[in-house]
Each structure stands twice: as C-alpha cells, then as structure tokens.
Design a protein around this ligand. Structure first.
Ligand SMILES: [Zn+2]
Ligand SMILES: [Zn+2]
Length: 225
C-alpha cells in the first residue's frame, strides 16, 4: 500500500534541513527497473533532495553521508511495510520476494520443474485431440470420458498459451511455485484402453475394492476385465 513518513533526516551526525522531509512508500507506484538498487519502492520530496545537494555543493555535507541517510530511511520504511503486511495477512514477505519476478536464484532453480510440467500438459492436450485412441481421461483417482466437460475445462486454461520460459505468465507461474508452493492444475490425463486397464489394476485392492471413482457428469464406461 501507499503511505507517508515525515522524517527529520539525519545526515552524518546532524539534521541539516530546517523541515522534515516527506517520504512515500509505494512500490506499486514505481516500475521494477531499479528493484535491485537501494531505495526501491520509496519516493521522496524532491525539493528536499535539491536542498541537500546544494549543501553538498557548498561543502557542508558529505555525499556518502547523504546517500547512506536516504538508503537508511528507505530500508526502514520497507521493514515497516513488511511487518505490517505480516501482521495483517499472516504472510511473511521478504525483500527478496518483493523484488522477485520469477527470476531470483531460487526461482531460476525451478525453471526445469515448471518446464517439465508444461511438457506434460502439452502431451496430455495433444492426446485429447484423438478421443478414439484415448477414450478416457483420469486424475489420480477419478475417471472421465475424454470428452467430458470437466476434462475440457482442465485442457483449456489460458496459461497453456504460454509455452515459452520467456514471458510474464511463465515467470509468474515459477514465482507462485517457488515462493508460495502453488502449482496449477495439470490437464486430466487421457489414456489408451490398455493404459486405462493398468491404471484401474493399480487402483484395485486385493479384495476388489476400488480406489477410484467414476465421474457422475459423464458416466464413463468401465471395461469388464
Ligand atoms: Zn523468486
Ligand atoms: Zn466427467
């Protein structure tokens, strides 16, 4: 969110400006371009910066001290923002997470995992185009006709339009997976008749108990085998 702080700006050992300086926290108000530079997410009252630069030019302030003072205010404001978010939402954000666009080191380590899921999605979607060869589609424990509307729903998610690892949707998916443990639902898996037989055998107990169920919408056929 956006909020303000009026700061008696301490530079070096003193407070050289006659008035407090208004800072604004609002990372949504600035783009991501400088997210790895100190101070990102914080805006500052510009004339106070001009005044400060005038004092540097006059030899009254040290430039490194000014830089450190501004960065310190920004870091403190970000800390406040993170603490407030945790208090309100019960979710711990970190400076790393604020800056991540699916491109932090932890995310980059997961690109292959998401690529594998995309490849599996593509394989399943291609199979669904041939309902003669792949008559049913399954989740872990439910069987559908491959033509069931519930199967179709899982096969047409807009994220499947993004099959590269160089677009926002892919990076967002990596970030959700890495930092929040969220994975999108895979399309239901179309099976051949033989695969369906094996799938059912794996889910049938020694006394004939079934560990799967049939979709009530499409009422798929179960071979007597
Ligand atoms: Zn990340
Ligand atoms: Zn169904």
């Amino acid at each position: 969110m956006v909020w303000f702080a009026d700061v008696a700006l301490k530079i070096g050992q003193r407070v050289p400006l006659p008035d407090t300086v208004r800072f604004m926290y609002g990372r949504g108000e600035v783009g991501p371009a400088r997210r790895h530079v100190e101070g990102w997410g914080v805006l500052v009252e510009l004339p106070a910066v001009i005044q400060t630069l005038d004092l540097v030019a006059a030899g009254e302030l040290d430039l490194q001290d000014v830089r450190a003072a501004l960065a310190k205010v920004a870091a403190a404001m970000e800390r406040t923002e993170l603490d407030a978010h945790e208090a309100e939402n019960g979710e711990t954000l970190t400076p790393e997470l604020l800056r991540c666009q699916g491109d932090c080191p932890r995310c980059l380590a997961n690109y292959d995992t998401i690529r594998v899921r995309h490849a599996e999605s593509a394989r399943r979607r291609a199979r669904a185009l041939d309902p003669g060869l792949y008559p049913v589609a399954v989740t872990n424990s439910t069987v559908h006709r491959v033509t069931c509307r519930e199967v179709a729903r899982t096969h047409r998610s807009p994220r499947f339009d993004s099959d590269t690892d160089d677009d926002d949707m892919f990076r967002h998916e990596v970030k959700s997976f890495t930092h929040r443990g969220i994975t999108y639902e895979l399309p239901h898996a179309p099976l051949t008749a033989d695969e369906y037989d094996r799938w059912r055998a794996e889910r049938t107990g020694p006394h004939g108990g079934l560990k799967y169920r049939l979709c009530k919408i499409c009422d798929p056929a179960v071979p007597l085998a």
